[in-house]
Design a protein around this ligand. Structure first.
Ligand code: KIV
Length: 264
């Protein structure tokens, strides 16, 4: 099988063909996801919550992401693999380059970082040094203590405009993908239409170019309920393989997320 690259995702955007992606943290699930047709995976710092049992993503280290990136890469050799730069691992240029190089050596194809225009120089610096970057705007979980909780972002006109400016600044700086998390559908649509690069939504409606779910949410195995923006595909799928193919099908057909999973 051929490697999935960012060029495939750009082509999908041009063809208005939606794609599904999912977080992965280990080789077995990664293998199954790839076999079922998932071409984009993320080793998210959500592993702090899903794998380590913390209440936030803040305790996650670069070494943690490296370990899980190596596991996922062994299971899914051809996927486009994104790896999160964890909290405070991109605070200075030197630290950013070292963290990103470590993740790329572990098997990532792209690093993801959370934040807006203020990261433009960081994105530019990484891109110039051959590290592809995915931005992440909206509800950025590393900022939970600034937000005062996990809250939908971009609901008022000023913050919506700011988010759009941030998205354009990240694209101009060289970002190749953009995750939009927990924002109103109309804003996700504006951003997706304004950008050349593909957007990947989670809690942003079915208007983004791709969708991503945390795998435990998609399989209903958090033991803590399913968030509004997610769906337990295992409940309808019967087994994990059918759940994953159901997720891919529903995303590609624009059936997931429905209005009941979205914010207005
Ligand atoms: O850490 C993560 O899993 C993420 C996704 C929710 C996009 O950033």
């Amino acid at each position: 099988m051929k490697m999935t690259t960012i060029s495939h995702l750009r082509a999908k955007k041009q063809q208005q063909s939606k794609f599904a992606s999912i977080t992965a943290y280990d080789a077995s699930f990664a293998r199954l996801f790839e076999q079922e047709g998932i071409q984009v995976m993320l080793v998210g710092d959500s592993l702090g919550m899903t794998m380590q049992g913390h209440g936030s993503t803040l305790p996650v280290t670069v070494d943690n992401i490296v370990y899980h990136t190596q596991c996922v890469r062994r299971g899914a050799p051809t996927c486009l693999l994104l790896a999160d730069l964890p909290f405070m691992s991109y605070a200075t240029p030197a630290q950013t380059f070292e963290s990103a190089a470590t993740l790329m050596r572990a098997g990532a194809n792209m690093v993801k970082l959370e934040g807006g225009s203020w990261l433009a120089e960081t994105v530019k610096g990484l891109t110039e040094r051959a590290v592809p970057v995915c931005g992440h705007l909206g509800l950025t979980p590393q900022s939970v203590n600034i937000f005062g909780g996990y809250k939908v972002q971009g609901r008022d006109e000023d913050s919506a405009e700011q988010l759009l400016r941030d998205a354009l600044a990240l694209e101009r700086a060289g970002a190749q993908l953009l995750v939009l998390e927990c924002i109103p559908v109309a804003l996700a649509q504006r951003v997706t239409q304004a950008l050349v690069i593909p957007t990947i939504g989670i809690g942003a409606g079915n208007v983004t170019d791709g969708q991503i779910l945390v795998m435990q949410d998609a399989l209903g195995i958090t033991g803590q309920g399913t968030p509004k923006f997610a769906k337990n595909f295992l409940a309808q799928g019967g087994d994990i393989r059918s759940a994953v193919s159901g997720f891919i099908h529903d995303v590609e057909q624009g059936l997931f997320p429905g209005p009941e999973h979205s914010f207005q």
